[in-house]
Design a protein around this ligand. Structure first.
Ligand code: F3S
Length: 395
């Protein structure tokens, strides 16, 4: 691989051992993928920071990096972490809380600015900008909707890329790496359930390749976000070319020679429909991926209009650490049993240990991961069906 003089200097250890190790890791991965050079990135996004997922080995690794004095060379955000608050009068053991806080503090010490899984709201990338991001929904949204360029990195590699300020020039950083392989036609989703379910099923049809998807052209962006997040749970691809949305989608279409064509109709969503059965330990949850300020405003307006006092029911709204929501709105929502959880990902938290048995969500991604990671039963519903059920509004 060609390295600049500056990169050679860092690799030789002139900036210190940690920087040398970071750039060495990026070079090694780049060589595996046939990259001819490294390229600078403007923004790195680190994932895999839940203590439940990375355990003591991960905590020690991040802690030792921070203690060595190494710092991120570029603007860096990080994924949300496991719940560190009390839920229904229950908390995780002290060891879990201490360990999760250690991970957060180490990342902050290295320069992590915000904890979120929607980093594109915090620092929207420019079209054509190169990034090193490691959260599937964020990667898919930025490649497919914003037209910025990032591979779908693993958590540790994104950490090294944040330190090195560089990534390897391969995969979807190259134009030829962005050409779709399958053509998938979907019906136009009219609600959040359909958008999530379609993403989930589209991912199953294209588990390791970029598809070209027809049918979402004029769908509202919050639904496109849910489509892409769900797609990322059943597919490892870093991008979907969305007809009418992805910048330059016409030229991607022209350059593709599709190996296969599929279509998804409404009847195929049946396998994802199920009713809530929990009598206790039920949580309603929106914000996988994290909600924007506007979405929280829309949900608050709905609650104000329709919710009297949802007795015994609790709604969680997930969002970024730095989001600016007025104290009045937060207090109003708290009176209606609505909690705003900032910087948190309940899906990477052991919810069963907090007495939760079932989570009702509008997210296909949460639907996929909740049983595996949080050990609870998921129910997938449209956002407004979910809100009506939470508020006790009869159809
Ligand atoms: Fe975000 Fe966690 Fe969902 S990281 S996209 S809330 S699984």
């Amino acid at each position: 691989m060609f390295l600049t003089r500056e990169e050679e200097r860092i690799l030789s250890g002139e900036e210190g051992e940690a920087y040398a190790k970071a750039i060495e890791a990026v070079v090694k991965v780049g060589e595996i993928f046939g990259a001819e050079k490294l390229i600078p990135v403007k923004h790195a996004h680190v994932s895999g920071i839940s203590y439940f997922n990375i355990g003591d080995a991960g905590r020690e690794f991040i802690g030792e990096l921070a203690a060595s004095g190494v710092r991120f060379s570029v603007y860096t955000t990080a994924n949300p972490y496991a719940i560190i608050e009390e839920v229904n009068g229950k908390k995780y053991p002290e060891k879990v809380l201490w360990s999760q806080n250690e991970i957060i503090n180490s990342l902050r010490a290295m320069g992590a600015k915000v904890f979120t899984c929607a980093p594109y709201f915090i620092r929207p990338p420019d079209r054509g900008e190169h990034l090193a991001w490691a959260e599937s929904n964020a990667v898919l949204f930025t490649n497919s909707v914003l037209g910025a360029w990032t591979n779908r990195e693993g958590g540790p590699l994104a950490l090294f890329e944040a330190i090195a300020g560089r990534t390897y020039y391969a995969g979807v950083h190259r134009r030829e790496g962005r050409i779709p392989r399958y053509l998938i036609s979907v019906f136009r989703p009219s609600n959040f359930f359909e958008a999530s379910a379609l993403g989930y099923l589209t991912g199953k049809l294209s588990p390791d390749s970029i598809p070209y998807v027809k049918g979402l052209a004029d769908v509202p962006i919050p639904m496109v976000r849910l489509f892409l997040a769900a797609f990322g749970s059943t597919s490892g691809a870093p991008m979907v070319v969305l007809e009418g949305i992805t910048p330059e989608y016409e030229s991607y279409f022209k350059e593709a020679s599709f190996e296969d064509r599929f279509s998804i109709g409404k009847e195929e969503l049946r396998e994802l429909r199920r009713e809530s059965t929990a009598t206790k330990g039920k949580i309603y949850m929106l914000g996988c991926p994290h909600l924007s300020r506007d979405e929280i405003g829309e949900i608050a307006s709905f609650i104000e209009r329709y919710c009297a006092a949802p007795e015994g029911r609790e709604l969680w709204l997930l969002t970024s650490t730095d989001i600016n929501i007025s104290v009045d709105v937060e207090e109003f929502l708290a009176r209606k049993n609505v909690k705003i959880l900032k910087g948190i990902c309940p899906i990477v938290s052991r919810l069963d240990m907090l007495g939760v048995e079932e989570v009702v969500t509008d997210s296909g991604k949460a639907f996929f991961y909740l049983p595996k990671l949080a050990k609870v039963r998921p129910v997938l519903k449209d956002r407004y069906v979910l809100l009506k059920e939470f508020c006790g509004v009869r159809e």
